[in-house]
Write a protein that binds this ligand. Structure first.
Ligand SMILES: *Cc1c(COP(=O)(O)O)cnc(C)c1O
Length: 374
């Protein structure tokens, strides 16, 4: 039996490179609290992501949660249920009410044409997600935000290195939040960043990540602790040197997948978006059982029997979570519900072998043939 293939595998530098990067810390004994690695990574990311300001945080979730808190939001926030738990939880943990907008059936991002009808006098923000690295309808979201005076906070956890119209994706909206979790295209083991333009917001965010401390003798905010430590920042510095190379390798893998799965009856893939330089973060496939011949769950099982572990991202929808029982009506987001029951993200990481992609696709395609998955 071949080795297990998981949906993703963390990128890591060669060990000597990391040792070299952290060896300085044995001289300084400065392990956290915005030390030299933190500063250096912050600066390098401002350049790489092509944004005005970056604030580093412990993880992508705290990036979202503290961004919302620093934005002084209240009432309702329009968002999508087709995302990771973090997006919705960050809203609810801020005491805000998520109002779920349906998704676009092609890009799986928030359907901007359905946002306006959800706006009430309690709405204060829109929290869209560049899901799978597919970018949202940025122009339309901006138009609506300006018209109604709403903040736009993008969950850009999947969109590291993506550009739109040659500008960094994090430069759109008021705020964009990235995740540098081990499973993402770029990782700092755990980590996250907030990109923003407004310097007053930046000051608030900085205080919130550091206990609300203003200076040695003044604490004038009720902050959390969400600082990125030096070992994570050092991992980020190493991985950043290789991320372009990693994305190039991902591109080859995605192209191989597409060779097998493009134009297969009953299979829907993510679109190639205009004016977008993508990062090949995920490879989602939507199975229409009637036209393909097998359901998403059957394909998932067939792969698992062969030691290949795809993921049902994003299933279940966040508006169906047990913790929200009775609070939301999933039938208000019928397209998200439809997609979540049919989508599977296939294994994708930079050193996945092309032969493995061939093998995965053969198993998938066999499921659709007469006689089914086995
Ligand atoms: C990973 C992820 C997050 C949270 O990031 P962490 O760094 O794991 O806290 C938020 N939103 C989405 C869409 C994600 O995929």
């Amino acid at each position: 039996m071949e080795d297990k293939i998981l949906v993703t595998k963390s990128s890591m530098p060669e060990l000597p490179e990391y040792i070299e990067e952290i060896s300085e810390l044995w001289d300084t004994h400065w392990l956290t609290n915005m030390g030299c690695k933190h500063q250096k990574l912050q600066q390098q990311l401002e350049t790489y992501l092509d944004v005005d300001n970056v604030e580093l945080l412990t993880n992508g979730h705290m990036a979202l949660e503290l961004s919302m808190q620093a934005s002084n939001l209240s009432g309702e926030v329009i968002t999508t249920p087709f995302t990771f738990a973090s997006t919705t939880h960050a809203i609810v943990r801020n005491g805000l009410t998520p109002v779920f907008c349906d998704i676009d059936p092609v890009t799986f991002t928030i359907d901007a044409s359905k946002i306006e009808e959800l706006i009430t006098d309690r709405t204060t923000a829109i929290v869209p997600v560049h899901v799978y690295g597919n970018i949202c309808n940025i122009e339309e979201i901006e138009r609506i935000a300006i018209k109604y005076g709403l903040k736009v906070i993008y969950d850009a956890a999947h969109a590291f290195g993506v550009t739109y119209k040659t500008k960094g994706i994090g430069s759109y909206g008021d705020i964009s939040c990235f995740s540098f979790h081990a499973t993402k295209v770029f990782n700092s083991i755990e980590g996250g960043a907030v990109c923003f333009k407004d310097s007053d917001f930046g000051k608030k965010l900085y205080k919130l990540k550091n206990f609300g401390i203003k200076n040695e003798e003044v604490v004038d905010g009720i902050g959390a602790n969400a600082k990125m430590n030096e070992f994570c920042a050092a991992m980020g510095l190493c991985n950043l040197r290789h991320v372009d190379e990693e994305i190039k390798k991902r591109k080859l893998i995605v192209e191989r997948y597409r060779q097998h799965l493009d134009n297969v009856e009953g299979i829907q893939l993510s679109p190639v978006q205009k004016d977008v330089k993508t990062n090949y973060a995920y490879f989602p496939v939507v199975f229409d059982e009637k036209n393909f011949g097998a359901s998403r769950n059957e394909v998932y099982e067939a792969l698992a029997i062969n030691n290949i572990f795809a993921r049902k991202y994003f299933y279940p929808l966040t508006n169906t979570f047990e913790c929200f029982h009775g609070k939301f009506n999933v039938y208000e987001t019928p397209i998200a519900l439809h997609i979540s029951k049919r989508v599977l993200t296939l294994p994708l990481y930079s050193n996945l072998q092309l032969e493995d992609v061939d093998r995965i696709c053969n198993i998938v395609l066999k499921c659709g043939e007469k006689g089914g998955c086995v």
